[in-house]
Design a protein around this ligand. Sequence first.
Ligand SMILES: Nc1ncnc2c1ncn2[C@@H]1O[C@H](COP(=O)(O)OP(=O)(O)O)[C@@H](O)[C@H]1O
Ligand SMILES: [Mg+2]
Length: 346
Amino acid sequence: MSDADFAIVTRDLTKTFSVARRHVGRFAAIRSLFDPIRVHRTVVDKLTMSVARGELVALLGPNGAGKSTSIKMLTGILTPSSGEVFVDGRVPHRDRVGNARNIGAVFGQKTQLWWDLPAKQSLAILRDIFDVPKSVYDRQLADFDAILELSEFWDTPVRNLSLGQRVRCEMAGAMLHDPSIVFLDEPTIGMDVVVKEQTREFLRAQVQERGRTIVLTTHDMTEVARLCERVLLINHGRLMFDGTLEQLKSKYGSGALVNVTFSEPVGALEVPGARVVSHDAMQAVLAPMGVTTPEDIVRALISRFPVVNLAVDETNIEDLMRDVYLTTADELAHKRDSPDSDRDSA
Ligand SMILES: Nc1ncnc2c1ncn2[C@@H]1O[C@H](COP(=O)(O)OP(=O)(O)O)[C@@H](O)[C@H]1O
Ligand SMILES: [Mg+2]
């Protein structure tokens, strides 16, 4: 398959920012002003991935991982420092207009609507910008309204919309010109559960009925579990995992934790198939890895150690992600420390 057969292809996509660092010591503030120390920070680091047409993928990672920067390169807002990027066969930063006509984007923190205009007029301006024929516009709007219930606030100026209303309007605006690929950067941040469910239903329909490709960044793991077939996890700008949520769980554990208390101090604590999350002589917390279940760990602990108390916490997916972020941060540290590291020095 060629790059144009995929919705998105990146190869070693990298973004390095040059940032000023402050001097330390005497006259630091003045020196920083006249003679700033410039350092390079690689925030997207050789990202290689592809997304097939009609896929709904989640781009996950802790704050500062490089998610928004990646999306800005995919939308053509930022030019990569190195590497390749193709969106529907186009190079976004070289063909910004062509790319813009073919994609939609919602940045949760920003609005593309006109603050003082009623919601419907804001969309009408987008219609003009994108040259959407009247018949298509009417059909699209009716279609969006059926799920997003936009008509209840048609005439309200954007600045008076609730967050949930505004984001529903943004989503409609992003899909008005029938883009084949849509980027949603934390669109549902701060929204209530009902509206979240509504937007999920909308996104599902856009993928299943319209065949759009959607890349979604979010912190809401319930959303990921309900919506996304595939997860791309980045940490410190690097792709740490690419697969289904099920595969993520089997690699990093189910998210469950086993809490154990011992009757006498235990030194070295090793249990096959378990990761020791914390351990201080009398107590420990272990997490199952791979195919190991919490029950396997309980059995192993009882047979080998002086156990007085045991509890299993069926932790949720948020906790799982925290574990994954910590583990991937560890993995990165090891990669950087090891002499055979494949990482170029910055
Ligand atoms: N224009 C910029 N100049 C310098 N650093 C930046 C710039 N934009 C983002 N960064 C830094 O890049 C890192 C990744 O940011 P971002 O892509 O927004 O992460 P995320 O969306 O995953 O939270 C952060 O440490 C951020 O401070
Ligand atoms: Mg971001």
